[in-house]
Design a protein around this ligand. Structure first.
Ligand code: CA
Length: 222
């Protein structure tokens, strides 16, 4: 899962980036509206945190431009507590949720998790597939109740697959959702990663769809 943070206050941006990374997300950061607008339009994010007060292009204009272009990723806006009108304008401009500054990072994280969950059609924070459980609230993965230790990259991969279980996910799509923009992406690494996950979980859980990609198959659909 990959998130874009658009925030010109470097201190706040660093705090948000840190808490998201710790929770297992790949994170890109933009410090002005134009860069944010460009990244949100060209890169596939699973969610975006967007400050409304930004240099070069304000957050509301950025948001409207994404929505006009048909970009439908979940967007959480950061607003000032005193400006309820901005919040209303943001929500009506296509935002999915908001937090008012100053905010608790834990609340921001919980809201992001909920947005990602909802946008992929899940209500419960615990994702299940064939004896595998991934708890998005605490990052725990279990197999038939036993804890499975995953690296950050393995966790991101499983999280993306389990949020989109049943769908065929190409290597390119997977790559775009588990690495940030600064990362040197190598799709050969994906095969190695998938094989490591198969070994740690259940070998038959992640299927290879030749020429198409990978598919996490729920047991009742097998
Ligand atoms: Ca700002």
């Amino acid at each position: 899962m990959r998130i874009l943070v658009v925030e010109d206050d470097h201190h706040i941006a660093r705090q948000i980036e840190a808490v998201l990374r710790k929770a297992g997300y790949a994170v890109d950061v933009a410090h002005d509206g134009e860069e944010g607008d460009f990244l949100g339009e060209t890169e596939p994010y699973d969610a975006i945190v967007l400050d409304l007060g930004l240099p070069l292009m304000d957050g509301l204009s950025v948001l409207r431009s994404w929505r006009d272009e048909g970009r439908d990723m979940p967007v959480l806006i950061l607003t000032a507590r005193s400006t309820w009108r901005d919040t209303v304008a943001g929500l009506r401009g296509g935002a999915d949720d908001y937090v008012a500054k100053p905010f608790e990072l834990e609340e921001l994280l919980a809201r992001i998790e909920a947005l990602i969950r909802r946008s992929s059609g899940h209500a419960s924070p615990v994702m299940r597939c064939g004896g595998i459980e991934l708890d998005t609230a605490n990052g725990r993965v279990t197999h038939d109740g036993d804890l499975v230790e995953l690296t950050a990259l393995e966790y991101r991969t499983l999280s993306y697959l389990i949020h989109h279980q049943g769908n065929i996910i190409s290597k390119t799509e997977l790559t775009e959702h588990i690495y940030g923009q600064d990362f040197d992406r190598d799709s050969n690494v994906i095969e190695v990663l998938i094989n490591r996950l198969r070994k740690k979980l259940k070998p038959e859980l992640i299927r290879t769809r030749r020429g198409l990609g990978y598919q996490l198959v729920p047991p009742d659909a097998a």
